[in-house]
Ligand binder design. Structure first.
Ligand SMILES: Cc1cc2nc3c(=O)[nH]c(=O)nc-3n(C[C@H](O)[C@H](O)[C@H](O)COP(=O)(O)O)c2cc1C
Length: 215
């Protein structure tokens, strides 16, 4: 858990289907309420990654508003989350030596999301929309399992809410029924540790800041 970190640049080294299956075969042992197992995973290779990236980037460039199936972030940021979000962005752009006013460079970096950061494998996670909020807890546990199992196979990951910004595009290109909500994506591959973007770590608050003991 401590060793997992988001990786946003990958080696051009393929990941075998066998490895992908092993990761998902372990992750599926996540708990879920009454064992509903609400997870679905689309495994996206280079060809479909390219199509998805082109379609989303074109939507953004044409100022088509995003239309996610759910709100991942609040409309209005309050403390302490506002400050943490800011620190997160500063760390990322700091590692890339991109200044706050360099909007074009920041946009370029953001657009790399839609290419799954160049990872050989992309996952798109999707959930039956008839389930309730609780199923999203289960799904989160599955996603964490995927990331930890990936590490056990020498792989790194980056979960990506950005890939849920235009769910209709994802559903169209991956032939997913409108019955499903797009949860998020994930880049999966072997890390390029020489890339500057992979050379910083985010911090965490101390345990005392989020715990209350009751005897
Ligand atoms: C569900 C989820 C969605 C995320 N979406 C994105 C994303 O679209 N792009 C991105 O670069 N990072 C994304 N992140 C990564 C977070 O920024 C990252 O987890 C956080 O900064 C903590 O850093 P660490 O994962 O390296 O420990 C996402 C994380 C989660 C859990």
């Amino acid at each position: 858990m401590r060793d997992r970190q988001c990786v946003r640049a990958f080696l051009n080294q393929p990941v075998s289907n066998d490895t992908i299956i092993k990761i998902l075969d372990a992750a599926k042992f996540a708990p879920s309420g009454v064992n509903t197992q609400p997870w679905n995973v689309a495994i996206v290779g280079a060809n479909h990654q390219q199509k998805i990236a082109s379609a989303i980037i074109s939507a953004r460039e044409n100022k088509i508003p995003d239309n996610p199936d759910y709100d991942y972030y609040p409309q209005e940021w309050v403390e302490p989350f506002k400050a943490r979000r800011k620190a997160c962005g500063m760390a990322l752009y700091g590692a890339l030596n991109i200044q706050i006013h360099e909007t074009e460079k920041r946009k370029e970096q953001w657009y790399r999301n839609y290419h799954f950061f160049g990872a050989p494998v992309g996952f798109i996670f999707y959930i039956d929309s008839r389930l309730s909020m609780g199923a999203w807890i289960d799904f989160g546990m599955f996603i964490q399992n995927v990331m930890l199992a990936a590490r056990a196979h020498g792989l790194e990951t980056c979960p990506q809410a950005s890939l849920a910004e235009y769910p209709d595009i994802i559903r169209e290109y991956l032939n997913i029924s409108p019955l499903y909500h797009i949860v998020c994506g994930m880049a999966v591959g072997y890390a390029d540790w020489s890339a500057p973007v992979n050379q910083y770590r985010t911090t965490r608050e101390e345990v005392e800041t989020f715990t209350v003991w009751h005897d």
